[in-house]
Design a protein around this ligand. Structure first.
Ligand SMILES: *Cc1c(COP(=O)(O)O)cnc(C)c1O
Length: 379
């Protein structure tokens, strides 16, 4: 494995890490190993260590190797969805009775997993606004095992200081996990800032084409990697070979896609900031912490519409190119109303989002078309 060198750049790793030409045929693209099991040469005599595809599959290995390289970690793991990766990770590193600090405006599905599934298992959690480091310090205690961080947050684009959170976590014997879905490893590398684990919904920017659901974890220590490998197999929420292959293909163009997502989002932000129908634009380009820890600020833009929830719902129904849909991070532009769609599960909780909020996933179409579409919808 591995013609990639230690100091190869991000774009090189995205295309080559874990993806040597196939040793038997020379196929340049890793084959989709659609097999559940592997012939053994005598009992225990596996060829290359593969025995059953829940435990390991070469297409999934290629993806896991590539994601680990992009995040600068020692080992990667691919799952059936982002939430499957979160669930497996928490059951690996936490025990019932322990405590996790989660973001005050966590992704709705992450919040639901804590509130409706893991709490029943015995895991305690506290939602805290993580830009407020004093609030985080006040929330950790003897039983705190994890600070779960999302930055930028979904859908409010809040920023947390990864290096500072890592210090707080390590001071109390906890781990820092960063959900890096919004930034992607091209824009932000949490392990280099002190985080212990990075989590991705590969459904989003890593896959990048809205054609697959998946999740990934990358760890900074071999020891945690061993424990996670055991739980990945024992729980079994793994990525299938076809899904792993689609994410791997998406990753090859991650860098060029992210640069165009950022270019287009910056122009959309500029237009929205000067638009009379927009009360507030949420984009982290003015945040000092974001400027320190991110290369650029990504393709996600949220804004509050003047005129309240009814006006926001109207905008969501009037765009032509921005498709009204959940999810994000694909080449095509999407629009949604978090309060009624992605974040409906947090209605009534402290994580409820404003009704006048609209979230955009700015795609990589011609930016002039995107701007015209939004102007028309806001008119
Ligand atoms: C989508 C998303 C998730 C969940 O991932 P799935 O692949 O949908 O399970 C977690 N965190 C963030 C920030 C997300 O956007």
């Amino acid at each position: 494995m591995g013609s990639v060198a230690e100091d190869d750049g991000f774009e090189t790793l995205a295309i080559h890490a874990g993806q040597e030409p196939d040793p038997t045929t020379g196929a340049v693209t890793p084959p989709v190993y659609l097999t559940s099991t592997y012939a053994q040469d005598g009992v225990g005599g596996t060829r290359g260590g593969y025995e059953y595809s829940r435990s390991g599959n070469p297409t999934r290995t290629a993806l896991e190797t590539c994601v680990a390289a992009l995040e600068g970690g020692v080992r990667g793991f691919a799952f059936a969805s982002g939430l499957a990766s979160t669930d497996t990770l928490l059951r690996t590193i936490c025990a019932p009775g322990e405590h996790v600090v989660i973001p005050g405006d966590a992704y709705g599905g992450t919040y639901r997993l804590f509130a409706r599934v893991l709490e029943q298992w015995g895991l305690d959690y506290s939602p805290v606004a993580q830009h407020d480091l004093d609030a985080v310090r006040a929330a950790v205690h003897d039983h705190t095992r994890v600070i779960w961080c999302e930055t930028p947050t979904n859908p409010l684009l809040g920023i947390a200081d990864i290096a500072a959170l890592a210090e707080i976590a390590h001071d109390c014997g906890a781990l820092l996990v960063v959900d890096n879905t919004f930034a992607s490893p091209y824009l932000q590398q949490p392990l280099s800032l002190g985080a212990d684990v990075v989590m991705h919904s590969t459904t989003k920017y890593l896959g990048g084409h809205s054609d697959v659901v998946g999740g990934a974890l990358v760890v900074a220590s071999h020891e945690l990697g061993e424990e996670l490998a055991f739980h990945q197999n024992a729980i079994g929420a793994v990525a299938g070979p076809m899904d792993a292959w689609l994410v791997l293909r998406g990753i090859k163009t991650l860098a060029v896609r992210m640069d165009r997502h950022c270019d287009n989002a910056e122009k959309v932000v500029e237009m929205l900031r000067s638009h009379a129908g927009v009360a507030e634009v949420l984009y982290p380009d003015t945040n000092e912490v974001a400027k320190r820890q991110m290369r650029r600020f990504g393709g996600m833009v949220s804004f509050r519409v003047s005129g309240g929830e009814a006006a926001a719902l109207e905008v969501c129904g009037k765009t032509r190119l921005f498709t009204l849909a959940e999810s994000l991070g694909g080449v095509e532009s999407l629009i949604e109303h978090p309060g009624r769609m992605t974040h409906a599960s947090v209605a009534g909780s402290t994580l409820e989002v404003p009704g006048d909020l609209v979230r955009l996933s700015v795609g990589i179409e011609s930016v002039s078309d995107l701007l015209a579409d939004l102007e028309r919808a806001l008119a």
